[in-house]
Design a binder for this molecule. Structure first.
Ligand code: ACO
Length: 330
């Protein structure tokens, strides 16, 4: 059986930055509250006219250049997002057109766990022999669906995109991937209006139901319970233990969640990748953004084991273990 190995990686953050000081002027909050409760100091924000597919295409360009492959070689594009450009066509199709690709392209929506779910699709396609080279994208523009009058949520989120190019290889690569979903927790984190259940009406817009609603305390408790368990499951499927992990790469939701997960797993904090200070929670983009930050800083060596772990609306959660095989940025 073939394995799926990362041969290219890239990311993109929009140019505009929203700092905690900016938010102090918008809602009743403080830099001190935001940094002490979340670790976030700033987040990047899409510009007028910029959409999720633009972020995805920019990240993909970097990853494809890094992989050094001709575009015709890409035979599948899988894009994780929960902030599509529009309900349809898929953001994957819009991104495919921007990149000038001709392969099949589709979206995966598992909210902030979307990149791990997209990796599962990509790895399965490669391992079954149905694809040789897959472009996997995680892109979100959460600031488009955040209520900037709700201080409980608007300080948390930012925009961005990350990309992996995966290719068939004789050596892993991606090893264990373990996913979970529990739709009974759907109400904990959702955008109630704008879909088929509750189309946008003037009443729903007045109630601001077209914006993200979250029970932060419950999501926090779910994350620190689910993530250590799923990380151990994916490591076990890989024939590894926590002691083998070179880098823990968690979804960047809250520094306190990252610290608690690390403590519960017994991973030293210096082995936990954190970019949240500069990006906020970029949802599906956060794991590939964190991976690209490691890679760009020259901190990944062949043989390193990366445990990527995510959680989000659905509820969804997942972990993917990657043995790093690539040398350096092309
Ligand atoms: N500034 C100042 N005060 C605030 C702010 C703010 N921005 N937001 C809330 N507060 C207040 C609250 O009103 C409350 O005041 P009260 O005690 O007078 O009632 C107080 O601060 C404490 O509020 P809590 O909600 O208990 O604060 P907590 O320490 O739990 O932090 C937070 C809230 C940051 C949201 C935390 O619960 C969290 O990070 N949860 C996880 C969220 C998450 O990960 N979401 C993303 C999932 S991924 C996806 O799928 C999109």
């Amino acid at each position: 059986m073939k394995h799926a190995a990362v041969i290219g990686i890239g990311s993109y953050l929009p140019a505009d930055v929203l700092t905690n000081a900016d938010l102090e002027r918008m809602v009743d909050t403080s830099d001190e509250w935001i940094t002490s409760r979340t670790g976030i100091r700033q987040r990047h924000v899409v510009a007028e006219g910029e959409a999720t597919s633009d972020l995805a295409a920019r990240a993909a360009e970097v990853a494809l250049a890094d992989a050094g492959i001709a575009r015709e070689k890409v035979d599948l594009l899988v894009l994780g997002t929960s902030t599509p450009d529009m309900l349809f066509p898929s953001t994957a199709c819009l991104t495919q057109a921007k990149l000038g690709l001709t392969c099949p392209a589709y979206d995966v929506n598992a909210a902030c766990t979307g990149f791990i779910f997209a990796l599962q699709h990509a790895a399965a396609a490669i391992e079954s022999g149905r694809a040789r080279t897959v472009l996997v994208l995680g892109a979100d523009a959460l600031t488009r669906v955040v209520d900037f009058t709700d201080r409980g949520t608007c300080v948390l989120f930012g925009d961005g995109a990350g990309a992996f190019v995966l290719a068939a290889s004789d050596e892993p690569g991606l090893m264990g991937i373990h996913l979970g979903s529990d739709g009974t927790g759907a109400d904990l984190l959702s955008i109630p209006a704008g879909g088929s259940a509750a189309p946008c009406t003037p009443e729903r817009l007045t109630a601001r139901d077209n914006f993200l609603k979250m029970n932060g305390n419950e999501v926090f408790k779910f994350a620190v319970r689910a993530i250590p368990k799923v990380a151990r499951q994916a490591l076990k499927e890989s024939g590894l233990t926590v002691d083998d992990v070179t880098w823990l790469v968690p979804h960047q939701a809250n520094q306190r969640i990252l610290d608690t997960i690390a403590d519960r797993l017994g991973v030293p904090h210096e082995r936990v990748v954190s970019i949240i200070e500069h990006t906020g929670n970029t949802s599906t983009a956060s794991i590939p953004l964190a991976m690209d930050a490691l890679y760009t800083a020259g901190k990944l060596a062949p043989g390193d084991v990366c445990a990527m772990v995510g959680f989000g609306a659905g509820l969804t959660w997942g972990a993917a273990v990657l043995r790093w095989t690539k040398k350096e940025r092309s």
